[in-house]
Ligand binder design. Sequence first.
Ligand code: DX5
Ligand code: ZN
Length: 232
Amino acid sequence: MTTQPQGRVVIAPSLLAADAGRLREEVDDVTRAGADWLHFDIMDGHFVPNLSFGPNVLAALRPHSALPFDVHLMISPVDPYVEAFAKAGADHILFHPEAGPHPHRTLQLIGSLGKLAGIVLSPGTPVESIAWLLELADIVLVMTVNPGFGGQRFLASQLPKIAALRRMIDACGRPIRLAVDGGIAPDTAALVLAEGADTLISGSAVFGAPDRAAVISALRGDPTGRTRDVGC
Ligand code: DX5
Ligand code: ZN
C-alpha cells in the first residue's frame, strides 16, 4: 500500500459512483482495470447537502484491497473523526480547510497517525488560503465541481487555479501530489493534465463505462493503455 512515485498520472476511481450493492466486486473490477488508488467520498449532510458512508465501509473493504484508500472527508467538524478513518484503513486523509477552525492542526493530526494528509479546495476557495498549509500537505485536491454529488458538470473556471497550484507546489519543492476531482472524463482530464495536475479522481466516467480499463487508459491520456509520464 504505497503511494505512486511522482511523475506518473495516478487514477483514483470514486466509489460514490459504484454499484453500492456490489462494492467489493466493483473494487475488484476497477483494480483489474488499472486503478492506482480508490477514492472514498465521505459526506455528512451538513458540510455538504448529501450523505454517503462512514468508516465501516472502508473497514469492510480493507481486507480485500491492496490499493491505497484515498479518503475525501466532506464533514464538519473533521478532527473528531480523523482517527476513526485512519483505523478503518485510510492511507490518505483529505479535508476542506473550511471544515474546522485550525486546518494546520488537522494536518498535524493526520501526519501523527502516519497517514498522508491532503487539503481540498472547493471552487470558491482561493489558492492563497492554503499557502501556509503546504508545508504539511502531501496532496492538494482541486474540486472542479461543488462538493456533495457525483455526475456534475466540470467547471473550466478552475483551470487557472490548477496552474497556480502547480507553481506553488513546484516552488515549495516538496513531493506534493496535485489532484483534481469532479467531472473528470478523458476530455476534461486532458485539460487538467495540461495545467499540471498529476492525479485524477473520476466517478461517473469510470463506473458508468462498460470498458473501465479503456476509460482509465484514456484518462491517463493514452488510449493504447501505456502509462504516460507528466513533467514534474
Ligand atoms: C463530489 C466528490 C467526487 C465525485 C466525483 O463531492 O468529491 O469525488 O464522486 O464524481 P464525478 O466524477 O462523477 O464528477
Ligand atoms: Zn471526492
